[in-house]
Ligand binder design. Sequence first.
Ligand SMILES: Nc1ncnc2c1ncn2[C@@H]1O[C@H](COP(=O)(O)OP(=O)(O)OP(=O)(O)O)[C@@H](O)[C@H]1O
Ligand SMILES: [Mg+2]
Length: 261
Amino acid sequence: MCKVISIANQKGGVGKTTTAVNLGIGLAREGKKVLLIDADPQGSLSASLGIGEPDEIKTTLATILMNIVNENNIDPEEGIYHHEEGVDLLPGNIELSVMELTLANVMSREMIMREYIEIQRERYDYIIIDCMPSLGTMTINALVASDSVLIPVQAAYLPVKGLQQLIKTISMVKRRLNRRLTIEGILLTMVDFRTNYAKDVSSKVRETYGTNIPIFESVIPVSVKAAEASAEGISIYGHCANCKVATAYKELTKEVLNDGK
Ligand SMILES: Nc1ncnc2c1ncn2[C@@H]1O[C@H](COP(=O)(O)OP(=O)(O)OP(=O)(O)O)[C@@H](O)[C@H]1O
Ligand SMILES: [Mg+2]
């Protein structure tokens, strides 16, 4: 059975895209069929998988969503890239901003992405959606289409206030639009274990949310290797198979495969 996971946090630069790439490819390395979807007009997921300049890509998530709005037939292979590291990718680019505005006038505008995901479910074990740093219509569409949401939180900042807004939005989506939505977990990213401060933030998040929201045991350390890998258009496993960030993402992959057990 397919599991659809949104990677979301309206705060920018917390490691959403890096997590989408390395969890997605991590799952593919464990033999799973994985589709990565770039739901961010910045196109960072597409860029960090090395498929070229996102804004020059013709068929993207925006194209597909427009086809759904126009009630055209959907070919599940349309726009899909087969990446050399074993994942499929549906790219995103600036057209998604236009699409978000278009959706404002569409009936059931929060449900459009779900129609596409439902078509893809039977072809994949995991579908991972990389959300943009906002809680606008595109992110709500991703949450409505998902089974769970994984929340990367950058451990260098006290994230409590922004997290509350995100958790409120997730609860609202769950109540009104998608009853099956759960929180996969909070993932602490860019953790610098040399500073006590980072440790404080980790324990603060665990203290505030630990009891009712799962927090991953795996923690992603801060490392320039993460940025180097995405500049090369490959995963952390391809860049440095045994470095700490690679090990951390392998552990996260195992936790997701074990489904909190
Ligand atoms: N563990 C890490 N250590 C150091 N740098 C990292 C780490 N993870 C990601 N980065 C870098 O931090 C920056 C932001 O990461 P990323 O793009 O994954 O965040 P994001 O949440 O997707 O950002 P946005 O909100 O803009 O979509 C990137 O330059 C990335 O290479
Ligand atoms: Mg991103």
